[in-house]
Design a binder for this molecule. Structure first.
Ligand code: AHG
Ligand code: MN
Ligand code: MN
Ligand code: MN
Length: 329
């Protein structure tokens, strides 16, 4: 965020957005309203998550998504809530979601923005009370206003994102986002029903001593990955892996660390999805002074070719990612 626009910690998300609105190009309020709509959906999901065990929305929904994953009830609930909030907000003409095969048309064909989202990240953790999240990525549409949006609105590439963020439903619920002018974090105060500015201008440490990967996949990794992981171990770094990308990413962003999801036998391009996991977190990482690569190029430089394509992800502290990339050359 522009320093001269720095606002006091303790301000609500709404006030913060208003205060910084003029830093958006062509600010006419729609992006501000869209961010509010996402925050509203986050408050609703937060409430559902906190009651999950009480209102029987834990467990499987009995269907599989396009990823071939068994959808959890909360995956579906979160997906529906976000889609509904975005439709009702009126600022979005189309949505893609991890939980839907194809583009979701909102009917708001005069709206300027499209959203790619992972409505609930870390589904395997839902029923066991471990942190989970939501990830979102926003583009200005390139198809003409008033027409039906199309695939090309979503295939613009990571550099074209106008905003990216996540909500982490953890020990506290925090919304972190960027519009390209730095990264800010807002902690939810449920007694007020407001997200309050708690992290004014997040800058990630340039180095770190935390590494995050699924150790169960170690034997499937290419030799340079194993070499890097052994370096981390030899240096006595901490291995921390929650199994929710948003939670692992957020900890590494604040404390300094690196998260790896390399190719495995099951997922030859890695497991994580480019459009609604890797691109948005890569934008946030770079805005906070960290790095994000697929092992051969910046994540934000990857050319998208399909809605649910997967890419390897190495994301976190600059020094750590650079050392890993050096080994991958
Ligand atoms: P999602 O729950 O949205 O499908 O994403 C899960 C992702 C990510 O959150 C997490 O880091 C990773 O899957 C865990 O995968 P493994 O269980 O294969 O380690
Ligand atoms: Mn999933
Ligand atoms: Mn996910
Ligand atoms: Mn998900």
């Amino acid at each position: 965020m522009d320093h001269h626009l720095a606002v006091p910690v303790g301000v609500t998300l709404d006030r913060y957005i208003m205060h910084n609105q003029n830093s958006f190009a062509f600010a006419t309020g729609e992006l501000s309203q869209l961010l509010r709509d996402i925050a509203l959906a986050g408050k609703i999901i937060n409430r559902e998550i906190n009651r999950a065990g009480l209102i029987d929305i834990t467990g499987g929904f009995g269907t599989n998504n396009v990823q071939g994953e068994a959808q959890q009830k909360l995956d579906v609930v979160a997906n529906i809530r976000f889609i509904r909030a975005l439709i009702n907000g009126g600022e979005v003409c189309a949505i893609i979601s991890e939980e839907d095969d194809d583009i979701i048309y909102t009917g708001n064909n005069n709206a300027k923005y499209v959203v790619a989202m992972d409505p609930l990240d870390g589904s395997s953790n839902i029923d066991v009370n471990v942190s989970i999240g939501t990830i979102f990525s926003i583009y200005r549409r390139i198809t003409p206003l008033g027409t039906q949006p199309s695939l090309e609105d979503f295939m613009q590439g990571g550099e074209e994102q106008v905003a990216a963020g996540y909500i982490l439903y953890g020990s506290s619920t925090i919304l972190v986002y960027t519009t390209g002018n730095g990264v800010a974090g807002f902690t939810y105060d449920s007694s007020l029903g407001e997200f309050i500015l708690s992290h004014q201008n997040i800058k990630s440490p340039k180095d770190g001593k935390i590494f995050s990967y699924n150790e169960g996949n170690y034997n499937q990794y290419a030799e340079p990955i194993k070499t890097y992981l052994n370096h981390c171990r030899d240096r006595g770094y901490s291995s921390r892996y929650i199994g929710s990308l948003v939670a692992d990413f957020h900890r590494n962003l604040l404390k300094g660390g690196v998260y790896l999801y390399p190719p495995t036998h099951k997922d030859a391009n890695g497991k994580l999805r480019l459009l609604y996991e890797c691109y948005p977190l890569a934008m946030i990482a770079e805005q906070a002074g960290a790095k994000a690569s697929d092992g051969s190029q910046r994540v934000l430089d990857i050319k998208p070719d399909s809605l649910h394509q997967r890419v390897p992800l190495y994301i976190g502290a600059e020094t750590m990612v650079k050392e890993l990339l050096g080994l991958l050359k």
